[in-house]
Design a protein around this ligand. Structure first.
Ligand SMILES: Cc1ncc(COP(=O)(O)O)c(C=O)c1O
Length: 388
């Protein structure tokens, strides 16, 4: 079946955060919103039908995930990522960000240090600070056209109070899909210093052609023994409003520590709809996903050629993974405030400002490409008008 990603769907009537928060956050209500990471596309047909069937039952009392749900996850990980996981390694949670927060509580004490590699998904830093741990920054380095991890700096950064690293793999916002050769030294350093890797792999399925996602835990036995993986079908299949995720740890000690923290907040009950959606997506959604990836690739190519022609000062980074383009506007010589003033206030386009993602984000904008091409075109045209 061929899916339609061209139709512009009105999401304002459904309280979409992306579309309806604009007034509250920016004070403006007529923006083209290409900020938060969800898609303006409907999820796949099979998921929609399965949710309708479940809704028709009419009873939404306390629910558990069926074993078939876990089976679908196991099959998906093996088929798409070559990662063999077991049922007993998985813990069900209501979202990746809350799951990461719980991991901070499970594996560290107030005052301990947690490494992040900015520019990176901003809730990492906020979560660490909220639970009174300290942030240790190992900024990515820009090596030509590609961001890489700074292993020398990482080694120097680690001290006796450093317990954890939050790895973003693939990396939002710089759209990197880490190579095996990059993950291996990271694991080696973490092993040597007793650092637990919290591997946020929510973007694992959003991999553009020529790239391959490698689950950190799948690298080796040693990697597996220090990695806790955070995953979900919500980013892949546009189900974020259903709130659903999994924490995967093969190491029993790590898993038990996580489980007891999870139990302390009494979240043992599944969301009656999200397990249905995830299982169905993993069983029947592959063709939809392939088509989305092709469409996102088309949007990316469109972005690159549009800006090359109309705003050649803009530098667009290769999109290896995610549907979020990372655009460098530094050569325009404008401050972040001026960029915001022009793009948001004059252009009426809402991208995520680079500085939100921390060190190294200054002068950049993150553009969500999961929208109909004509929406993207309108946004880019408006952006070009106010920046040229
Ligand atoms: C790296 C990363 N982790 C987590 C999330 C959000 O996860 P959840 O909605 O399950 O809390 C996002 C959303 O953009 C993300 O980019």
């Amino acid at each position: 079946m061929a899916y339609d990603f061209e139709t512009v769907i009105d999401r304002t009537s459904k309280n979409s955060a992306k579309w309806t928060l604009m007034k509250r956050i920016t004070g403006l209500d007529d923006l083209i919103p290409l900020w938060v990471a969800d898609m303006d596309f409907p999820s796949c047909f099979e998921v929609i039908e399965a949710l309708k069937r479940r809704a028709d039952h009419g009873v939404f009392g306390y629910t558990l995930e069926p074993e078939s749900y876990y089976r679908a996850v196991i099959d998906w990980m093996k088929r798409r990522h070559g990662w063999k996981i077991r049922r007993g390694w998985m813990l069900s949670t209501p979202g990746v960000v809350p799951s990461l927060n719980l991991a901070l509580l499970a594996y560290s004490q107030p005052g301990d240090r947690v490494i992040i590699q900015p520019p990176v998904y901003y809730p990492f830093k906020e979560s660490i600070l909220k639970v009174r741990r300290r942030v240790a920054e190992n900024p990515l380095i820009l090596d030509g056209d590609r961001y890489t991890m700074d292993f020398d700096q990482l080694e120097k950064l680690i001290d006796g109070r450093t317990r954890l690293i939050i790895l973003c793999s693939p990396h939002n916002p710089v759209a990197r899909v880490w190579f095996k050769e990059e993950l291996e030294p990271l694991v080696e350093i973490c092993l040597r210093h007793n650092i637990i890797i919290l591997s946020d792999e929510i973007h694992h399925d959003l991999i553009l052609k020529g790239n391959r996602h490698i689950p950190t835990a799948s690298l080796s036995k040693e990697a597996d023994s220090i990695t806790v993986t955070f995953t979900s079908a919500t980013k892949t299949f546009n189900l974020a409003g259903l709130g659903c995720s999994l924490v995967i740890a093969s190491d029993k000690q790590l898993r038990d520590r996580y489980r007891s923290t999870l139990q302390s907040i009494w979240t043992g009950i599944a969301n009656a709809l999200s397990a249905v959606a995830t299982e169905t997506a993993y069983r029947y959604g592959e063709s939809w996903l392939e088509q989305v990836l092709e469409y996102v690739q088309g949007n990316y190519d469109f972005l690159v050629s549009h800006l090359a022609e109309r705003l050649p000062e803009a530098r667009v980074f290769p999109l290896e993974g995610t549907y979020l383009a990372w655009v460098d506007l530094r050569s325009l010589g404008m401050s972040d405030e001026e960029l915001k003033q022009r793009i948001l206030r004059r252009g009426r386009v809402w991208f995520d400002d680079g500085p939100m993602f921390g060190t190294g984000g200054e002068g950049f904008q993150r553009i969500n490409l999961a929208c109909p091409r004509r929406t993207l075109n309108k946004a880019l045209e408006a952006m070009v008008q106010v920046l040229r």
